[in-house]
Design a protein around this ligand. Structure first.
Ligand SMILES: Cc1cc2nc3c(=O)[nH]c(=O)nc-3n(C[C@H](O)[C@H](O)[C@H](O)COP(=O)(O)O)c2cc1C
Length: 198
């Protein structure tokens, strides 16, 4: 596995240090630590500098924590319930451009939210925290429970916390508790035109 995590070209080590463990130690994350992550997200690039990302955060002492955890699907809930915080990432789908009075659609709202999530996850590495994105949850129920208005796309949950030993996970998750490899750069970069096999 360590071989497959060797970069082909020089990079900042933080990119390799970030991965998505499932073993969280259930210690609550302070607001101070969380807001450093949001601060990192804040500086992400976005179309027209529209900054369409929105984060709603929940902690184990939130009144609705259990209901929020139950939005995640069965498989994810087994480990996400031990996170120190759960963040729901939304993106605003329209924006009033400078000089306009009416909002226009933001074509890149999800792309921009993705950039914010990437920044947040790398800051977490720097701060000794782990993150794990969760796409497997009931979006309709989330919209209803949290009264999320139309015009906000529900992207992902992000589990944040401190890492625990993988033995704390249910046995069937032990083997998956390790960093994953990546495709070679040649497979996703082409010069001067579309040159991809798949
Ligand atoms: C948008 C998105 C949704 C994801 N949803 C889930 C999920 O529902 N459950 C899960 O266990 N992992 C989920 N993941 C984690 C990915 O499986 C993981 O990022 C990928 O396998 C690469 O591994 P790494 O993050 O450890 O480098 C998700 C990741 C992203 C970016």
């Amino acid at each position: 596995m360590s071989e497959s995590r060797t970069p082909e070209y020089p990079i900042n080590p933080v990119f390799l240090q970030r991965w998505s463990p499932r073993a969280f130690n259930s210690e609550t994350i302070s607001d101070q630590a969380l807001f450093s992550l949001f601060e990192a997200a804040r500086w992400a690039p976005s179309g027209n500098n529209s900054q369409p990302w929105r984060f709603i955060y929940f902690k184990p002492d939130s009144a609705n924590w259990q209901q929020v955890v139950e939005l995640t699907n069965d498989n994810n809930r087994r480990w996400a319930s031990n996170a120190g915080a759960l963040l729901l990432l939304l993106s605003k789908t329209s924006h009033v451009r400078a000089g306009d009075t009416e909002p226009s659609p933001l074509r890149n709202h999800s792309l921009d939210a993705g950039a914010a999530w990437a920044s947040l996850s790398l800051q977490a590495v720097h701060d000794g925290l782990i993150t794990h994105a969760i796409g497997g949850f009931d979006r309709e129920k989330a919209r209803e429970l949290l009264q999320i208005p139309e015009g906000y796309h529900i992207e992902i949950f992000i589990a944040v916390g401190k890492q625990a030993h993988r033995d704390s996970l249910p046995p069937d998750l032990h083997a998956r508790e390790q960093p994953t490899p990546r495709k070679p750069v040649q497979e996703f970069v082409a010069r001067d035109g579309f040159g991809f096999a798949g």
